[in-house]
Write a protein that binds this ligand. Structure first.
Ligand code: AMP
Ligand code: MG
Length: 286
């Protein structure tokens, strides 16, 4: 299955209701999906090894979604076969007092992966045009009055695009995943959290309150995705009602992205290459 099917082309005006949440493509069962994911995991590990050795690019994956869409479990499953040494995960919560004393990209910039690494953002700078917009939290962000006006979201989309351009031109490739679930699927998952004792801890009354803002969030997501999906830092809208399908698609996107970078193992320099024979002899003699 082509991962480009889920990519949002630059300039496209997204309407989320046009995107299916329950698509399972040409995969027939959970069992088939897990086989595909296993094969993909092997490919990702190989590509990660090259990324590390090549040491020119880093990969930044941003995960955004409504509550209970499966960010955590997708991250867990998709990353399970990678070398922990080359990966890092950051989760972004309500900003601290220190973070609020800086621009919203400050904490983000500090968490960007270095070259050779794969970095994952569980939530991200996009919260600053989503939850902050839905709940009118800008007033806590200490923005000078003259910039705190209705135009701020458009400005933030531009700031984010500029930031991601900067990352791109410095070798950090950003890909952004929106795990797309239906409102009814969220309801089912919340109920499961209440019904199953080992899942109770995942339930939070606050999530139920957020659910009341479902339509607002969808609208903010639509605007943010439409404004910031670019050729160099694209958004992917991943049908996520079936977690097993979402995982396969995400892993496909990662593989396609890494393959497009033409990562090569560095070669030995000429002098060392000429001496390979001598080095080997030296070791064999021991
Ligand atoms: P969770 O991911 O369930 O641990 O929840 C983290 C919470 O932090 C979510 O409700 C996010 O919306 C919230 N959050 C993340 N970033 C920001 C931000 N920049 N401003 C306000 N709330 C945020
Ligand atoms: Mg939560």
């Amino acid at each position: 299955m082509k991962s480009s099917k889920f990519k949002v082309p630059q300039g496209k005006k997204v309407k989320l209701s046009d995107y299916r949440t329950d698509d399972t493509g040409d995969i027939e069962s959970k069992k088939d999906a897990s086989k595909l994911l296993k094969a993909n995991t092997k490919k990702m590990a190989e590509l990660q090894d090259r990324l590390y050795a090549h040491d020119r690019y880093g990969l930044l994956m941003v995960f955004q979604a409504m509550d209970a869409a499966g960010k955590d479990s997708t991250i867990k499953h998709v990353m399970s076969g990678l070398n922990p040494q080359g990966t890092q995960v950051f989760s972004f919560k309500q900003p601290s007092a220190e973070e609020l004393d800086h621009g919203y990209l400050w904490r983000i910039a500090k968490a960007v992966p270095e070259r050779g690494r794969i970095g994952i953002f569980n939530r991200s700078h996009y919260e600053d045009v989503l939850v902050v917009r839905v709940h009118d939290l800008v007033k806590f962000q200490k923005i000078p009055d003259k910039f705190d006006n209705d135009g701020i979201w458009k400005e933030r989309f531009n700031q984010i695009k500029n930031f991601e351009t900067y990352l791109y031109e410095n070798g950090i490739i950003t890909i952004k995943f929106f795990l797309h679930i239906s409102k009814d699927e969220q309801r089912k998952r919340f109920l499961r959290r209440l019904d199953i004792p080992s899942k109770n801890w995942k339930f939070s009354e606050a999530d139920l309150k957020e659910r009341e803002h479902w339509e607002d969030y969808q609208k903010c997501y639509e605007e943010a995705i439409s404004a910031t999906s670019t050729d160099y830092a694209p958004w992917y809208i991943i049908p996520a009602d079936k977690k097993w399908f979402a995982r396969v698609v995400v892993s496909n996107v990662i593989i396609d992205t890494l393959q497009s970078l033409k990562l090569m193992y560095p070669e030995l320099d000429g002098n060392q290459k000429r001496n390979i024979h001598a080095y080997r002899e030296q070791l064999m003699k021991e």
